[in-house]
Write a protein that binds this ligand. Structure first.
Ligand SMILES: [Zn+2]
Length: 399
């Protein structure tokens, strides 16, 4: 059974050794679990025999929550979930370790080269269009069309899905929006997001032909922290302790809201993230203007993995000008990108990519470098890039 494999793997990861597993693998299996349990719990025990409803699954992402934050300060709520359920020590996420690629991996089980969201900023030569996670292009279904997110799969299987601010969950993908969703709005508080989602989970499941009504059995919920603070403060700052403690309080709020609605024992809850965070230094900056005329190329995505589109016929010139300039910047022609990164087979991956070593920043000119003390996006084999993963509920019995 798929879910038995997943639980075994989760237990291995929770045994104090560094279990490394792909997030998408877990979530795809978890979704299979949630839809295949057929109203029965682990080891065949009825979950709630008086109710005729599908098992419920809530997937929560705290953006940029590195795997080891849970042991940095007291995080009683995270540890309660681990004690009541399961955890993975470190999850190996997908290259590039950025917000949009990894959130789409979480709900598709696919690497970025396959699901097509290869960066937070992209250029598609076939569409002759650019994508920015902060612009209207993020709502263009064509960028998302190569894969099917779990909320769509769930609806196609007769379920009802809810999306609260998760990247892509307010986009019409495969012709469908989530049954219920909130359009992205960063100013909506975490508490309001949780109350909305918990209300949907608590409602009776509505008629399929009226998607705006009734409850959901699968929900995805997103919060911007601790990513934002990690960028601003740097993960090594002691000020991050307060931020992490605050996230744990927020998780406590979610647990309480589920309890208040009688859902805590009925919902499978997964709390995870898209990536970790590492410390930057103003002394670790590589300036491309020192080596290359800007007229020769177009800069597509940001540091630490920069997509470079050389001008017509300029590929060799651009590559030659950059390849040996700094040992802390790896320069790949697209076909040279290591297979283990699964980041080659997509037209949205540029002909040349520049990859900074951990903690380094690539910019055109130092004056343009964002004033950040923390960043992510680096090689997904680095422990600092790995997110947290904890789960509890009927499908995740304690070890
Ligand atoms: Zn992120």
């Amino acid at each position: 059974m798929l879910w038995t494999m997943m639980l075994d793997c989760l237990r291995r990861g929770g045994g104090g050794r560094g279990g490394l597993c792909c997030t998408g693998f877990f979530l795809t299996l978890t979704f299979a679990l949630a839809t295949q349990l057929d109203h029965r719990g682990y080891q065949g025990q009825p979950l709630h025999p008086t109710r005729n409803e599908r098992p419920k699954l809530l997937l929560v992402s705290f953006d940029g929550f590195r795997w080891d934050y849970v042991d940095r300060v007291p995080t009683l709520n995270f540890h309660a979930l681990m004690d009541e359920g399961s955890k993975v020590m470190q999850v190996e996420n997908t290259y590039i370790t950025k917000t949009f690629p990894d959130h789409y991996t979480l709900v598709t089980g696919l690497h970025a080269e396959t699901h097509g969201i290869v960066g937070n900023e992209m250029y598609d030569p076939d569409l002759n269009a650019s994508f920015s996670m902060e612009g209207p292009s993020a709502y263009d279904p064509r960028w998302w069309a190569a894969a099917e997110p779990l909320w769509v799969t769930n609806q196609k299987q007769g379920g009802r899905s809810g999306g609260v601010m998760w990247p892509g969950s307010d986009v019409k993908i495969g012709g469908l929006y989530p049954s219920r969703y909130l359009p992205y709005n960063a100013s909506v508080s975490f508490e309001r997001r949780v109350e909305t989602m918990v209300a949907w989970l608590a409602e009776e499941e509505g008629p399929r032909e009226r998607p705006g009504l009734g409850g959901v059995d699968f929900g995805v919920l997103y919060w911007e922290e601790p990513d934002e603070s990690g960028h601003n403060l740097g993960p090594e700052s002691s000020l991050m302790d307060v931020v992490i403690a605050n996230i744990d309080d927020k998780l406590g709020f979610l647990r309480n809201e589920l309890r208040k609605k009688g859902l805590y024992e009925r919902v499978n809850l997964i709390v995870t993230s898209d990536h970790g965070m590492t410390q930057l230094s103003k002394d670790k900056v590589i300036e491309l203007d020192q080596y290359l005329d800007r007229e020769l190329y177009t800069w597509v995505d940001k540091s630490p993995v920069v997509g470079i589109l050389p001008g017509e016929g300029k590929l060799e010139e651009v590559f030659g000008a950059l390849v040996d300039v700094n040992p802390n910047m790896v320069v790949y022609k697209k076909e040279q990108i290591p297979e283990r990164l699964h980041y080659r087979h997509n037209g949205r991956i540029m002909p040349i990519i520049l990859e900074a070593k951990e903690g380094w920043t690539i910019t055109q000119n130092r004056t343009m470098a964002p004033h950040m003390l923390g960043n992510h996006g680096y090689d997904n084999s680095l422990p600092s890039m790995h997110p947290v993963f904890v789960a509890r509920g009927p499908a995740f019995p304690p070890p």
